[in-house]
Design a protein around this ligand. Structure first.
Ligand code: HEM
Length: 129
């Protein structure tokens, strides 16, 4: 599982290749975290934690979701976010930060939406207020 009991990874590695494989994901997630730390809606959550560790976990999670050769071994989404008091505006800000990073790395709109479609349902494990 990739952090929830309902998220099914894509079953071939086409999307993983469209994201530029591991190297592409590392670059996208680096910019994603820069964007999260630049936005006041998300900075206050992320600044207190080990960002290098979170980025490494995000790369593994996205890699597995996109059908790549990875196995996410991080925390489940519900318990890890439970004490963070995350609202809908913060969740939306995170999606924007990811879109901005994917745009910068020239991931096509359709391909971006394939990843977002797997992340969006996670709102029910992450938003707690
Ligand atoms: C679909 C949306 C999201 C996904 C896929 C996601 C994914 C992740 C992952 C993979 C981790 C690392 C788990 C681990 O260390 O084992 C994590 C941790 C974290 N996330 Fe999220 N997250 C999402 C939304 C959010 C939002 C909206 C916020 C706050 C604005 C947030 C704040 C954090 C923080 C602060 C941590 C570190 C918690 C800790 O180490 O105790 N996340 N997230």
């Amino acid at each position: 599982a990739v952090g929830t009991d309902y998220t099914q990874p894509y079953t071939n590695d086409q999307l993983y290749f469209e994201f530029g494989k591991k190297e592409g994901l590392v670059n996208i997630v680096d910019d994603f975290m820069i964007n999260l730390l630049a936005d006041p809606r998300t900075r206050t959550s992320f600044e207190k934690f080990d960002q290098a560790r979170i980025k490494a976990q995000l790369v593994e999670q996205f890699c597995e979701i996109l059908g790549g050769p990875c196995k996410y071994a991080g925390a489940q989404m519900k318990p890890i976010h439970a004490s963070l008091n995350i609202d809908k505006a913060q969740f939306n800000a995170l999606v924007e930060a990811l879109q901005k990073a994917m745009d910068k790395h020239q991931v096509s709109f359709d391909t971006q939406n394939k990843l977002l479609a797997k992340l969006a349902p996670m709102h029910r494990d992450i938003i707690t207020r």
